[in-house]
Design a protein around this ligand. Structure first.
Ligand code: S6P
Ligand code: ZN
Length: 208
């Protein structure tokens, strides 16, 4: 399965012309100019994922921007690292915080590492065997999504959540499993607090 960024075929090998490079990591327009691709995901891309479907339907006509991904283009092969930043904007659908679609890596045995630059949130993770974990994002905090763990970023704050990510070039993305099943847990605002609750839309099985 292809990742979001596209690259010329390298037959699974690291291209011989792969060269070291460096860049400054900060928050702001200068950082974003440095990236090769920009993916925007609006509410409609998250159809079926939010608990409150009436709230979803009310927001859908304006189809608000939920998050953006800026990627550095690298060959999608095992020896490379795909990396970039994700910005999840603040907001809620009903009581549920704005979040990414979430996915497993197509090659399950591949990890991912995140570094939070700005904002507040959670990385919600789960396995196909039934385990789940939510780790906090706050500036300066690293979160490691181990191999075989699906991951979804959630903005629980009132400002943008900005995270740097890096993962193996051959990982690919399996979005279908989460589109069909959802995550076991949902992150909601309740009496001004951030709470995790069982997701009533979660399904134990995936149609194949
Ligand atoms: C890719 C990595 C991130 C996400 C991004 C958006 O493996 O986990 O770049 O792509 O945070 O989330 P999603 O679920 O829409 O790809
Ligand atoms: Zn990932």
């Amino acid at each position: 399965m292809k990742s979001k960024s596209s690259e010329e075929s390298t037959d699974g090998r690291v291209p011989s012309g792969s060269r070291p490079f460096a860049f400054d990591l900060g928050v702001g327009a200068e950082l974003l100019k440095r990236f090769d691709s920009h993916v925007l995901r609006r509410l409609s891309a998250l159809q079926g994922q939010f608990i409150d479907q009436q709230a979803y339907a009310r927001l859908l006509p304006s189809d608000p921007l939920i998050y953006e991904v800026y990627e550095m283009r690298r060959p999608e092969v095992a020896g490379e690292l795909l990396h970039g930043i994700t910005i999840i904007h603040p907001g809620r659908v009903g009581n549920e915080f704005f979040m990414t679609k979430g996915h497993y890596h197509a090659v399950r045995e591949t990890a991912e590492i995140y570094y939070c630059l700005h904002g507040r949130g959670l990385l919600l993770m789960e396995t196909e065997e039934g385990d789940w974990v939510a780790e906090e994002f706050s500036p300066g905090r690293v979160v490691y999504a181990a191999p075989c763990w699906a991951h979804r970023s959630i903005n629980t704050g009132t400002d943008d959540l900005v995270v740097f990510f890096a993962y193996p070039g051959h990982a690919g993305h399996d979005y279908a499993t989460i589109e069909q099943r959802g995550f076991r847990k949902a992150v909601i605002q309740h009496d001004g607090r951030v709470e995790l609750e069982d997701n009533p839309r979660w399904s134990a099985t995936v149609a194949r």
